[in-house]
Design a protein around this ligand. Structure first.
Ligand SMILES: [Zn+2]
Ligand SMILES: [Zn+2]
Length: 236
């Protein structure tokens, strides 16, 4: 079974490779790929004009067109533009800690109450599933580095199951991330049992991990995730 890489960043946001270069490598390696650049006020893809140029570039090179918006932030383009995507990705990159202060995932800020942070994280995702368009949840259960040591005690069986059930209810695929190696196998098993569908992506920003789907291949094989539970962009 060949897995597609449905989460690649290009120079339209913070990736190092151009869309042309990614397309060339995808052809060379025979990988189906989607560009999912950051659609966010923090990146270059922050308005309609930038989006239109992005859309033209990705479509010209024959790749699937996605975009990764920041959950909890305003989506900076019109809804009809989102409809033109092959699928829409949402990723959580910050959540409030126990005191209500926003913690960005890449910051090295200490989080004193890991459990409160993950509950806030979960609630943000729930609100997004209930109120925003989204097809794929990027790197679900990923935590700021300092909290990754608390993964099992914060992503409890109950919380993971609630996340998976919400995803099923709202038709959102959960990404298995090659770069972040989440969800971890135990969490994935719970999601599988809850009936979830899974997407696969490298979250590559550089050539060094472009199409790196080692982790998705490994866990899909280990857990016996069937092909009909894997998300594929609709072909038209
Ligand atoms: Zn992300
Ligand atoms: Zn990403």
């Amino acid at each position: 079974m060949e897995l597609p890489d449905l989460h690649v960043h290009s120079t339209h946001s913070d990736g190092e490779m151009t869309v042309a270069e990614i397309a060339r490598l995808a052809r060379k390696r025979g990988v189906t790929a989607a560009i999912a650049d950051h659609l966010s006020p923090y990146h270059m893809l922050y308005d309609d004009d930038a989006f239109d140029a992005y859309e033209r570039d990705v479509q010209r090179h024959g790749l699937y067109l996605s975009a990764e918006y920041c959950i909890g932030e305003t989506i900076p383009v019109t809804p009809d533009r989102l409809d033109r995507l092959d699928f829409l990705t949402g990723g959580l990159h910050a959540a409030p800690d126990g005191t209500g202060e926003k913690v960005f995932f890449w910051s090295d800020k200490d989080v004193t109450d890991a459990n409160a942070f993950v509950e806030n994280y979960f609630n943000r995702i729930r609100e997004t599933f209930e109120n925003e368009p989204i097809d794929v949840l990027a790197h679900p259960t990923y935590l700021p580095l300092r909290l990754m040591g608390h993964y099992d005690e914060t992503w409890t069986e109950d919380r993971v199951r609630r996340l998976a059930e919400l995803a099923v209810e709202h038709g959102v695929a959960l990404e298995i991330s090659g770069r972040w190696r989440v969800p971890r196998p135990q969490a994935l098993e719970i999601c599988l049992g809850a009936g979830a569908t899974f997407s696969t992506g490298s979250d590559a920003h550089h050539a060094s991990n472009l199409f790196d789907l080692e982790y998705p291949y490994l866990v899909i094989d280990e857990l016996g995730i069937p092909e009909d539970r894997l998300f594929r962009p609709a072909t038209d």
